[in-house]
Ligand binder design. Structure first.
Ligand SMILES: *Cc1c(COP(=O)(O)O)cnc(C)c1O
Length: 330
């Protein structure tokens, strides 16, 4: 089950869905109903799980009409399911909270809710189970083990198809791999682990974010650069400007020294990131010229590195790429 929420982690949901459908994916997962409707409207016929389920009766009707598969995580959703009459049984996923403490039934509610769902005429039986891992990216942390054993206990009382693993679960925890897996970040070629790179996992980045150099000038030592004059050139500097900024999704909090790639060589970000531009120290890149391509992340420059330099995680950078960035399928 390929997770393509948040516009496929910023990659473009419909393009990603079509590519994965051709590759034989069994199902998709999106966060909310509107994403699933968009997929059906563009002709996606695969199964689609909606991770937050329906929010109200109208959405439940859309799930029934379009063959969407809501994740049921709360008793109030069961009330709605008991009231609806669906000619075609609705496929659901029943989510148990084994320690994430976000969505899902608490273990003590599980049996009662399950019995109600089993008695529900409009629901397809048997009901598959789902749970989510809170800390699977921390391989030395025993919390995942306790989530997995709690899941195992519940699963024994209802031994149907199950889905537990996100990317970190798939790559790091054998026991989390059940009939269904839910990779997100890893299908975009990015490591879910803070200390293991995509290359360590045999993954290749799907997204490369690029722009061009639009200005180069030589400035004296002591020259302040950008808003606030935060950066003061410590030496005579070949100063480059690249046409990208936080208005495109480049992180405003990227620190001075964050690398970019120009002609396969690294150059350092200096000064504050603006909405539409960043400033670069091109002093070591004597041959760089206006018009050169600048890679912000992706091919040759892991987004993991940039996320680290901006005090965030790759997920945040990928799904933060904004609409004005042109998407080119290569
Ligand atoms: C986002 C999400 C995933 C995918 O997680 P990755 O870390 O990107 O692999 C899987 N399951 C649920 C419930 C999610 O919300």
């Amino acid at each position: 089950m390929a997770v393509i929420k948040a516009n496929a982690y910023g990659h473009g949901m419909l393009d990603v869905a079509k590519t994965l459908a051709l590759a034989g994916v069994d199902a998709f997962a999106v966060a909310r109903t509107d994403g699933a409707i968009e997929l059906r409207e563009s002709g996606i016929t695969q199964r689609i799980a909606v991770l937050q389920g329906f929010f109200n009766e109208d959405e439940l009707k859309a799930h029934a009409a379009l063959g969407l598969e809501p994740v049921i995580h709360s008793a109030w959703q069961v009330d709605l399911l008991e009231r609806i009459h669906s000619p075609v049984p609705i496929k659901i996923w029943l989510k148990v909270d084994t320690g994430m403490h976000r969505l899902g039934l608490l273990p003590e509610e599980f049996e009662g809710i399950l019995q109600r769902l089993k008695a529900c005429r409009s629901i397809e039986q048997p009901i598959p189970l789902m749970s989510h891992l809170a800390n699977a990216d921390a391989l030395e942390d025993s919390f995942t083990q306790s989530q997995l054993s709690l899941f195992e206990d519940i699963h024994l009382t209802h031994p149907e198809e199950a889905s537990v693993a996100n990317s970190a679960g798939i790559l790091g925890w054998n026991q989390a791999v059940r009939e269904w897996i839910r990779p997100g970040i890893s299908i975009y070629g990015v490591s879910p682990f803070p200390k293991r790179s995509a290359i360590d996992e045999g993954l290749q980045p799907v997204m490369t974010l690029r722009t061009r150099l639009i200005s180069i000038k030589e400035v004296k030592a002591g020259t302040p650069v950008g808003y606030g004059g935060d950066w003061i050139c410590p030496q005579p500097t070949r100063l480059g400007v690249a046409a990208i900024g936080y208005g495109d999704g480049y992180p405003r909090l990227a620190r001075a020294g964050t690398p970019v790639l120009i002609n396969h060589q690294k150059a350092a970000l200096i000064g504050r990131v603006s909405m539409d531009m960043i400033t670069l120290d091109l002093t070591p890149l004597k041959d760089s010229k206006v018009g050169d391509l600048v890679t912000l992340w992706g091919d040759g420059l892991p987004v993991e590195t940039i996320a680290d330099a901006a005090g965030t995680i790759p997920y945040d950078l990928l799904c933060g790429v904004t609409r004005r960035v042109k998407f080119i399928d290569t």
